[in-house]
Design a protein around this ligand. Structure first.
Ligand SMILES: Nc1nc2c(ncn2[C@@H]2O[C@H](COP(=O)(O)OP(=O)(O)O)[C@@H](O)[C@H]2O)c(=O)[nH]1
Ligand SMILES: [Mg+2]
Length: 379
């Protein structure tokens, strides 16, 4: 685990400039400090992100998700070793809702255990997920941006997938890996949790246990069912066969019309892409088997990750994902700014306070009060 930086006094311009200089010089304490500022959304964090933005966009962002205990951390550690052997520098963001710090610390220990001394090419940050049972912390994506700007070639984002924020995970990563284990009902759980929707790579881990083969077959069958008939979902690209897109892809209504919520969350670009008559060949989702604890299947997984990355570039999907990500950042920044204006700068909190008795007695509704606050602060 990297030590968490103490919050310190509010960052002024000169302090931020010095911090940026140290960051750009590749100093790890500066990286840790910038991550903390961003994670805690401390004053100046948006200015920092603004400064770093031009240096982002090079890293391969890999999301690793799945149920608790599936071996995500073990797999992450194994991948880190693999990438390090290849001379790549790796940033890890571990979002563990069950125990944010011990979870990350465990992962850190697991990676360190196998390393001789301190490896400067690995940086691990553990984060708490905020206000939900799993998924991503609010600022996970920005922390990944910071690591990207620092120069890590791979960024691994480990999250528990429990059916809360699949689209968020998928949006944060270039490549989303779903890890399952041969425990009973896992494939059914995956369907329920929506993990099937976001997987670009399946890993059946704990392949040393009975049932791994069957689970892998079940997943393959489900994938086949999905790709056999229906047209691709909004923002997703399933295998489209050997002869170009299925008829439904070109002829059907825009995907956004069928799934407005999903399209909205993932960005509208997916819908536009689905409607394109010249859709690139699809990505055939591989189902791999690993024994992460013994490093088995990791080379194949790394190769599949590279293949997916190459496909992303070839097909144009990478630039689409990046476009969606950038648009998402803008929306989030607008929300943050607007909330600041409403609640702090223009007295929205006072209007709310004043309305509480009326609200309580039922003379007004939360929606009327909200409308009044927006009108009087932003209108
Ligand atoms: N038998 C077996 N156990 C594994 C394998 N990979 C991980 N484990 C064990 O499964 C447990 C949970 O692993 P962990 O990586 O913490 O899972 P996470 O909650 O998904 O991050 C640990 O005790 C691991 O040692 C594997 O391939 N085979
Ligand atoms: Mg874990």
């Amino acid at each position: 685990m990297e030590p968490r930086e103490p919050a310190g006094p509010p960052a002024d311009g000169a302090r931020l400039a010095a911090l940026l200089e140290a960051f750009r010089a590749g100093r790890r304490p500066a990286l840790a400090r910038v991550i903390s500022l961003v994670e805690d959304e401390r004053p100046g964090f948006e200015a920092l992100l603004d400064e770093l933005h031009a240096a982002t966009g090079r890293a391969h962002r890999i999301g690793i998700t799945g149920p608790p205990g599936a071996g995500k951390s073990t797999l992450t550690a194994a991948l880190v070793r693999r990438f390090r052997e290849g001379g790549e520098r790796v940033g890890v963001v571990a979002v563990d809702p069950t125990s944010p710090f011990t979870g990350g610390a465990l992962l850190g220990d697991r990676i360190r255990m196998h390393e001789v001394g301190l490896d400067d090419g690995v940086f691990i940050r553990s984060m708490a997920s905020r206000g939900s049972l799993g998924g991503l912390a609010v600022s996970t994506k920005e922390v990944a941006d910071v690591m990207d700007a620092f120069g890590f070639e791979r960024i691994l984002i480990e999250t528990v997938g429990v059916g809360q924020s699949e689209l968020e995970i998928a949006a944060a990563a270039d490549t989303t890996v779903v890890v399952l284990v041969p425990e009973s009902g896992d494939s059914i759980q995956a369907m329920k949790a929506g993990l099937m929707e976001i997987a670009e790579l399946f890993v059946v881990n704990k392949a040393d246990r009975p049932g791994a083969q069957r689970l892998a077959r079940d997943i393959e069958m489900m994938l086949h069912l999905r790709t056999g008939g229906a047209r691709p979902k909004a923002g997703r690209r399933w295998e489209v066969g050997h002869h170009g897109p299925p008829a439904g892809l070109a002829a059907g209504p825009p995907a956004a019309a069928a799934a407005p919520a999903a399209a909205d969350a993932a960005g509208a670009a997916g819908a536009a892409d689905s409607a394109s008559p010249e859709a690139p060949p699809g990505w055939e989702i591989p189902v791999l088997q690993t024994v992460a604890a013994e490093g088995k299947g990791i080379a194949e997984l790394a190769a599949a990750l590279d293949a997916h990355r190459a496909w992303l570039e070839r097909s144009g999907a990478l630039s689409r994902k990046r476009r969606e990500r950038l648009a998402g950042r803008v929306r989030e920044a607008v929300m943050r700014t607007a909330a600041g204006v409403v609640w702090r700068e223009r007295g929205g909190a006072a209007i709310l306070e004043e309305a509480l008795p009326e609200l309580e007695s039922g003379r007004t509704s939360p929606y009327r009060v909200a409308a009044r606050i927006v009108r009087e602060t932003l209108g």
